[in-house]
Design a protein around this ligand. Structure first.
Ligand SMILES: NC(=O)c1ccc[n+]([C@@H]2O[C@H](COP(=O)([O-])OP(=O)(O)OC[C@H]3O[C@@H](n4cnc5c(N)ncnc54)[C@H](O)[C@@H]3O)[C@@H](O)[C@H]2O)c1
Length: 343
């Protein structure tokens, strides 16, 4: 089988590429190598004869069509993904996360053999009250430019499925973590700062609740989905979550413990505007298909912290200018306002 994976040099995409290659697929990876990519994530498969890398943009329709024509399955992981950055620069999110998806939809529309599997997020539902889990047909209520772009892409997918009779799979995933994630994200940021003995800027009261899924459990879920892709026209949503929901302040504390750092490094800072309090997915349908997460959060977090500790030589010297400027813009004022905020 031939897969076109987009965004394969990012966190999730690189794990999916490696897993598909290991399962015997021929994989073409289309990635335009934004700041979030790390081609080094795929160093171990780069020389594999069943792996091809194409440096390009999913918004380039001619390129997308050419590659989709040669694929049996198209897995779209290419996206702008960092919520904080979507507040700083929303336009690029609309371009990649909405226009890019329409470009792939147009390509798939002209290639009847190719099935599209698109990665969305639990964030399309916005903040959920305690006790509520979002089922696949729950209404969208996005609150950030990122989640609004992901919801908009899903609406385009529904429109294409209905208009052109396409069978499209939409994966809606909770927070994924594990080795190889960009340092800007919550667990890598707090892990690397804790390992370096630096303050951990925790938004607001830290009681925001997230559902954490280890990346290996996402891979097994993708395997279950690929083994039985729908043939009926429609946008078929699949929820993938662990059920392990924890407040951010608890995750921060456990990271400190695993990194051998004091929990006193945790610094409450002014919250992000529109910060959702709680996400929760109802995953009964996927579980009924035989899938279950296998890596408990404590084990996955321990493996992840150990991975970043082992990679310290890489990340501690990779303070590229973009990331340093981003950290400064996002956190410096917040961290210097801590005294006032905390008093
Ligand atoms: N990481 C999570 O916790 C999580 C949770 C739910 C859903 N998702 C979704 O999963 C997908 C992958 O997330 P991730 O965390 O691996 O992302 P990431 O930021 O680590 O990687 C994104 C990749 O996409 C590439 N890319 C960006 N714009 C592109 C474009 N226009 N054309 C081609 N390539 C482009 C980047 O270069 C990068 O390699 C995204 O759709 C994201 O919304 C992620």
């Amino acid at each position: 089988m031939r897969a076109l994976v987009t965004g394969g040099c990012g966190f999730i995409g690189s794990h999916v590429v490696r897993s598909l290659i290991a399962s015997g697929w021929a994989v073409t990876n289309l990635d335009c190598l934004t700041y979030a990519s790390n081609p080094g994530n795929l160093a171990d498969v780069a020389g594999n004869p069943r792996y091809t890398f194409v440096h390009g943009d999913i918004c380039d329709f001619d390129l997308a069509r050419n590659l989709v024509d040669k694929a049996d399955v198209v897995l779209n992981f290419a996206a702008e993904t960092h919520v904080d950055r979507s507040l700083l620069d929303p336009l690029v999110f609309v371009r990649t996360d909405v226009e890019g998806v329409v470009s792939l939809l147009e390509a798939v529309r002209h290639a009847p053999q190719a099935r599209l599997v698109h990665m969305s997020t639990d964030e399309v539902f916005g903040s959920l009250p305690l006790g509520i889990e979002a089922a696949e047909d729950a209404p969208f209520a996005p609150t950030s430019p990122y989640s609004a772009s992901k919801a908009a892409a899903e609406l385009q997918i529904r429109a294409y499925a209905a208009t052109y009779g396409l069978p499209i799979t939409v994966l809606r995933c909770s927070n994924v973590y594990g080795p190889g994630q960009h340092l800007e994200k919550f667990i890598p940021l707090f892990t690397t700062r804790a390992l370096a003995g630096e303050e951990l800027p925790l938004y607001g009261d830290g009681r925001q609740e997230r559902e954490w899924l280890f990346v290996e459990d996402l891979l097994s879920a993708v395997g279950v989905v690929l083994a039985d892709l729908p043939v009926a026209p429609g946008a078929h949503a699949v929820h993938i979550g662990s059920g392990e929901r924890l407040p951010n302040i608890e995750v921060a504390g456990r990271i400190c413990d695993l990194a051998g750092a004091s929990r006193s490094l945790i610094r409450p800072v002014f919250d992000r505007p529109g910060h959702d309090r709680r996400y929760a997915l109802d995953c009964a349908n996927l579980r009924a298909r035989g899938w279950a997460p296998r890596v408990p959060f404590d084990e996955g977090l321990s493996r992840t912290v150990r991975w970043y500790a082992d990679q310290a030589a890489t990340w501690s010297h990779s303070a590229d200018n973009d990331f340093a400027a981003y950290l400064d813009r996002q956190y410096s004022a917040r961290l210097s306002a801590v005294e006032e905020f905390g008093s």
